[in-house]
Design a protein around this ligand. Structure first.
Ligand code: GUN
Length: 291
């Protein structure tokens, strides 16, 4: 079993990005700038945004977090999005999800200028991605395909089972893996909460992408020997540690790992790859804006 080390892989890519940024600055260019809008007090969202800020600093980007209270109206959030769309200093920005219930997420995402949509959530970027056209690919699916590529994992002709059909992970990764591409050419099955007998599909799978958000859903008896497992789940489970919680993936790691050829850990697998993919997208946005 080989661990798909997202921490080490992302650190390597981050260092390459930092070199590119310094080269841009050397020739009089501006450092890429990423802004994150954080609405409300969700603990996990705060951690994600703090990690994104840290990664920006490590790569030589400038960044800013716009914090808005949970009571923010949809109109006020849309006004902030319009301001960032128009701000020439901002190369890319993200609106951290989930948003408070009273705000229509789709309306907010559609208001983002697709050229600054480094999360790749705008329908224009999603549509272009699905057509295999140049676009911003959303960070988690982008991170997963990069990790598979970095480890030279053969995907062509393999049966990939995706657990979960979210707009952020399940559906885009299923589409990417079915495309004619390096980490692609898979036969893809999407399973979700209404799928009957999920184990029937996972036992057949050469590659499993687990993105259901159900802690330790995938058990040892649900996979075949030699399977490649990518665990996207990161559920916080309360405990008596100093932090008050620990992170648990969608895969029962101790049961599945002995049967797997490759498997991602949680934490240290997909999470850091997601963040470095956001940096890649922001660098791309900055480069195209400065050229
Ligand atoms: N919430 C969970 N994942 C993400 C992400 O990749 N981007 C944003 N904006 N919000 C998220």
């Amino acid at each position: 079993m080989i661990l798909l080390d997202g921490k080490a892989t992302s650190a390597r890519i981050k260092a390459q990005i930092a070199v590119q940024v310094e080269a841009m600055v050397q020739v009089g260019g501006k450092r890429p700038h990423l802004t994150a809008i954080l609405v409300g007090e969700d603990g996990a969202s705060k951690t994600y945004v703090a990690n994104k800020e840290k990664a920006c600093a490590a790569a030589g980007f400038t960044s800013e977090v716009v914090r808005m209270p949970a009571s923010t109206s949809e109109e006020a959030l849309l006004a902030e999005v319009a301001r960032l769309n128009a701000d020439p200093d901002v190369d890319g920005f993200i609106v951290q999800l989930p948003l408070p219930k009273h705000i229509n997420e789709n309306r907010v995402i559609e208001a983002i200028d697709p050229r600054k949509d480094v999360d790749g959530f705008h329908p224009e970027n999603v549509g272009r991605m699905m057509l295999g056209l140049p676009s911003f690919i959303s960070a988690t699916p982008f991170g997963i395909v990069t990790l598979l590529e970095e480890y030279g994992i053969e995907t062509s002709g393999k049966h990939c089972v995706v657990l979960g059909r979210s707009n952020i992970v399940g559906r885009p990764i299923a589409n990417l893996l079915s495309q004619k591409a390096k980490a692609g050419d898979c036969t893809v099955t999407i399973c979700h909460s209404r799928t009957k007998d999920i184990a029937k599909y996972t036992r057949e799978a050469d590659i499993i992408i687990a993105a259901l958000g159900v802690p330790e859903f995938l058990k040892g008896d649900m996979v075949k020997e030699g399977v490649v497992v990518v665990d996207v789940g990161i559920t916080r489970i309360a405990d008596s540690s100093e932090k008050g919680y620990h992170l648990v993936g969608d895969v029962a790691f101790d049961e599945v790992a002995p049967k797997a050829s490759y498997i991602t850990p949680v934490p240290g697998g997909v999470g850091p790859m997601t963040i470095v993919s956001l940096l890649k997208n922001t660098l791309k946005a900055a480069t195209s804006r400065q050229s």
